[in-house]
Design a protein around this ligand. Structure first.
Ligand SMILES: NC(=O)c1ccc[n+]([C@@H]2O[C@H](COP(=O)([O-])OP(=O)(O)OC[C@H]3O[C@@H](n4cnc5c(N)ncnc54)[C@H](OP(=O)(O)O)[C@@H]3O)[C@@H](O)[C@H]2O)c1
Length: 252
């Protein structure tokens, strides 16, 4: 990646957001690390980016608070100027919520939390940052392999990620004239804090998922970060409106 590129990764205080920030840094990008309230986690990511040889700064951003997006964009613009820049080259909408319950137990608050963060937040953050996106730029929205296969108790989460994929395709068409590519990356089960850390810590679940996966295990965060950073790179500059599943062949 061009070492002058600047990327913003949401929810980068831990998990796949952190691994994506590091993967982008390893390819030379400077990284804006956003976090909801976990300043310490965001600072760890900043240090990891620096250890990878690049620059980073952390900004607070609650993806469910769309009213904060325009002030955030103004704040971001000021920080970009400190780097002698005016534009973002890469936006990774990674922040997401998964709350898994069978139909009878899904509460309205959980439904709204998933839709507000995964869909509403992703859409309106792209809208708010549009004036700051370079021409060309890359937008990558994090989806899930659950839009292709099914698993019990995941209906609302899967629907929210299907919406993310659908809006990604339409925005690819709308933003294509500016050279802005919009793609989605759909991780399979990956060992993070997600779902209470089950894919990392629950040996029974790991074994079950491994048995359903062509490559025979669950994913590691760096494997998702590397895929996102590669998709964001100029090597894949002719790829837009695509869904890249990064799941080791889950539930084929
Ligand atoms: N791990 C998997 O198996 C898997 C599979 C498919 C897709 N995904 C997707 O990958 C993305 C990252 O997941 P992960 O595995 O890294 O999970 P994670 O460890 O639970 O991290 C989720 C991240 O999203 C942030 N976030 C949630 N709500 C937010 C809000 N309102 N504002 C700002 N940040 C918010 C969290 O911030 P806090 O630390 O403040 O909570 C955290 O940084 C998500 O979109 C998830 O749906 C994960």
């Amino acid at each position: 990646m061009d070492s002058k590129k600047i990327a913003l990764v949401t929810g980068a205080n831990r998990g796949l957001g952190r691994s994506t920030a590091v993967a982008l840094a390893q390819r030379g990008a400077r990284v804006i690390v956003t976090h909801r309230s976990d300043e310490a986690g965001a600072q760890e990511t900043v240090e990891a980016v620096r250890a990878a040889g690049s620059a980073a700064l952390a900004l607070r951003l609650d993806i469910s608070d769309v009213g904060s997006f325009l002030p955030f964009a103004a704040e971001l613009g000021e920080h970009l100027r400190l780097w002698d820049a005016t534009r973002l080259d890469v936006l990774v909408n990674n922040a997401g919520v998964g709350i898994f319950s069978p139909l009878e137990q899904v509460g309205v608050a959980d439904f709204d939390a998933m839709m507000d963060t995964n869909v509403r937040g992703t859409f309106f953050l792209i809208q708010a940052l549009l004036p700051l996106l370079a021409d060309p730029a890359g937008v990558i929205n994090v989806s899930s392999s659950l839009t292709r296969h099914t698993s019990p108790a995941t209906a609302v989460y899967s629907a929210s990620k299907a919406a993310v994929e659908a809006l990604s395709r339409t925005l690819a068409l709308e933003l294509g004239p500016r050279g802005i590519r919009v793609n989605s990356v759909a991780p399979g089960p990956t060992a993070t804090d997600f779902n209470g850390g089950a894919m990392r810590d629950d040996a029974g679940m790991r074994a079950g998922l491994a048995a359903q996966t062509a490559l025979g295990r669950v994913g590691e965060p760096a494997e998702i970060g590397d895929a996102i950073a590669t998709l964001a790179s100029d090597s894949l500059r002719w790829v837009t409106a695509q869904r890249l599943e990064v799941s080791g062949g889950a539930l084929l």
